[in-house]
Design a protein around this ligand. Structure first.
Ligand SMILES: C[S@@+](CC[C@H](N)C(=O)[O-])C[C@H]1O[C@@H](n2cnc3c(N)ncnc32)[C@H](O)[C@@H]1O
Length: 209
């Protein structure tokens, strides 16, 4: 059982790592905020996750943070709704622990889990959104090797559609994250329009073990 205090201690101990990754990974349009990615990564690390499967790469902000944060395999699926799949794949090909798949997550994510059935997985969903994200989570809930699910854009109607979970951590509700908000200044500097979100679009991490 992870506690808020345990997470806060982890964040303090790993602040230099967070800064290094914030400095080296450029923010990308429509991307996840740094503190949001770090909440998912910190929980994966504490749980002993051994690989991540992500749905929704787009320009690759979250994917690149994950590939920097961990040495283990990161698998990401995208059906190229933004028409940037090839360009992003080329930009990220330097990460040897990253495996990128073009296709529909409703098919490729369960297939990826089956291929890694003996590996403890973290699943991150940032497309489809809202009820689509909830459907993807419910489709794969039967797999016992999933340690946690991360959901991006966990606010407003999307949050209502995804729903609430018994054992979860939410960026908008963890007070200690206020001490790390400076890590997100680069987001607003790069994409001023993102300032519409107070403290980011939100990430919820549902812990399953
Ligand atoms: C907001 S973007 C992801 C942003 C990215 N996570 C980041 O931090 O930069 C959403 C992405 O989800 C993808 N997507 C939406 N539904 C999908 C599905 N059913 N299967 C695969 N990809 C999907 C879209 O093509 C789009 O690239």
């Amino acid at each position: 059982m992870i506690t808020n205090k345990q997470l806060e201690t982890y964040w303090k101990e790993n602040e230099d790592k967070f800064k290094d990754i914030r400095n080296s990974v450029p923010y990308q349009a429509r991307g996840i905020w740094y503190t949001e990615a770090f909440l998912f990564c910190s929980i994966c690390d504490i749980l002993g996750v051994e690989a991540i499967i992500e749905s929704g790469m787009a320009y690759g902000c979250s994917t690149e943070i994950f590939a920097n944060y961990f040495d283990f395999n990161i698998m990401v699926v995208d059906n190229d709704q933004y028409g940037v799949f090839n360009k992003t794949s080329e930009r990220l090909e330097k990460y040897k622990n990253l495996h990128i798949f073009n296709g529909d997550s409703y098919e490729l994510v369960p297939a990826g889990i089956e291929k890694n059935i003996d590996t403890k997985l973290g699943i991150f969903i940032d497309g489809p959104k809202g009820s689509g994200a909830r459907k993807l989570r419910d489709d794969i809930l039967k797999f016992n090797n999933i340690s946690c699910f991360g959901f991006h854009d966990y606010s407003g109607q999307n949050r209502n559609s995804i729903g609430e979970f018994d054992n979860s951590f939410i960026t908008h509700e963890l007070q200690f994250i206020d001490n790390f908000r400076y890590l997100d200044e680069k987001v607003i500097e790069t994409e001023p329009g993102q300032a519409q979100h107070k403290n980011g679009p939100g990430v919820c991490v549902e812990v399953r073990i």
